[in-house]
Write a protein that binds this ligand. Structure first.
Ligand code: HEM
Length: 304
């Protein structure tokens, strides 16, 4: 049985299948459609400029951000176990950057064809369920498509969005003022994570209420970290982590403090687009990022 369509995947076909699999209403986002728009501030660290000359990361700025999860748009709450997202916009004008991160360090497909096949295999049939034989055959032939689910099963997310760690997944070329370029991976790590994770498990009130009460208590802050590359790191495959990624050298670029909730219309009016990067952070070279450059604009058109 052929496991992948022959080069049929395009950013547009993937956006359409994302929508179809989730069975979304017309104005919903194709992915991570449950969410809460928030605002805050970004303060750079002294070390940020050693990694990038991007003014998004080396200057203080206001932040517009959105916590999200796979799920039903406008539902009171999301399924606490599903993949979560955190998107944020730093800087302004030509110095604006948009970083989209998720609660797993890997994506579920290495190529766009694989992503399309992964989604198509999960399309519900007439009985409301996917064809399990087709799904199992696809997974067996493409084991890397299971790595994200394995990660989430082994690392269940904490009860709070504010205690979750988020990853940018791709390898981004970062250039500093001396003209030195190296690859980095973004990791957005909650400040005070250990204390809060222990506390929040006992008091879970739902993702949204928890977020609102923590924002009111000024208790939602994240370190924006750059994980630094080593020679030979794989930079073309978003289904694998770098060797010893959790243990390697990292530089704190700055801190995001979430100061208030915004009406969701503020985030819905535009799109967080990973292609939006100020000079100093370049586009990752892998095939999945190339598709994302178009997919977000297409999705925005679809939900107008
Ligand atoms: C490393 C892989 C990826 C990550 C970390 C990621 C992350 C995210 C996040 C966090 C959002 C929510 C944005 C928001 O809050 O408004 C999002 C939305 C979306 N993603 Fe991705 N994504 C990835 C890969 C892809 C790929 C490969 C495609 C398609 C080719 C895609 C298509 C979309 C679309 C269409 C939306 C909805 C955009 C909108 O209408 O606002 N994503 N993604």
């Amino acid at each position: 049985m052929p496991q992948l369509p022959n080069g049929a995947a395009t950013p547009m076909s993937v956006v359409d299948v994302l929508r179809a699999v989730a069975g979304l209403p017309p104005k919903a986002r194709a992915s991570f459609c449950w969410g809460q728009c928030v605002r805050g501030t970004y303060a750079p660290s002294d070390q940020a400029k050693e990694i990038t000359k991007s003014r998004s990361f080396t200057m203080p700025s206001r932040v517009l951000a959105r916590f999200s999860a796979d799920g039903v748009p406008n539902a009171v709450d999301a399924d606490g176990r599903s993949l979560r997202g955190f998107s944020f916009r730093l800087g302004s004008g030509n110095h604006r950057s948009e970083i989209l991160t998720q609660s797993a360090p890997v994506h579920f497909a290495r190529t766009l064809d694989q992503m399309l096949a992964f989604l198509q295999a999960r399309m519900p049939g007439p009985d409301g369920k996917p064809d399990m034989a087709r799904l199992e055959a696809l997974s067996a032939a493409n084991p890397e498509t299971l790595r994200q689910a394995s990660y989430l099963a082994a690392n269940p997310p904490p009860a709070s969005l504010a205690c979750t760690t988020y990853w940018g997944v791709h390898a981004f070329p970062a250039t500093n003022a001396k003209g030195e370029t190296r690859f980095i991976k973004f990791k957005v790590a909650p400040v005070g994570e250990e204390r809060r994770s222990a506390e929040d498990a006992a008091k879970f009130t739902g993702l949204l209420r928890d977020l609102e009460s923590r924002i009111a208590a000024r208790d939602v802050r994240f370190s924006v970290m750059a994980l630094l590359d080593r020679p030979g790191d794989p930079v073309m495959d978003v289904t694998i982590r770098w060797p010893d990624e959790d243990g390697r050298e990292a530089v704190r670029l700055g801190t995001i403090v979430i100061t208030g909730t915004e009406s969701n219309e503020v985030c819905d009016a535009s799109v967080f687009n990973p292609a939006e990067l100020a000079e100093g952070i370049g586009h990752p070279p892998d095939e999945i990022f190339a598709a994302r450059r178009d997919a977000y604009a297409i999705s925005q058109t679809r939900r107008r």
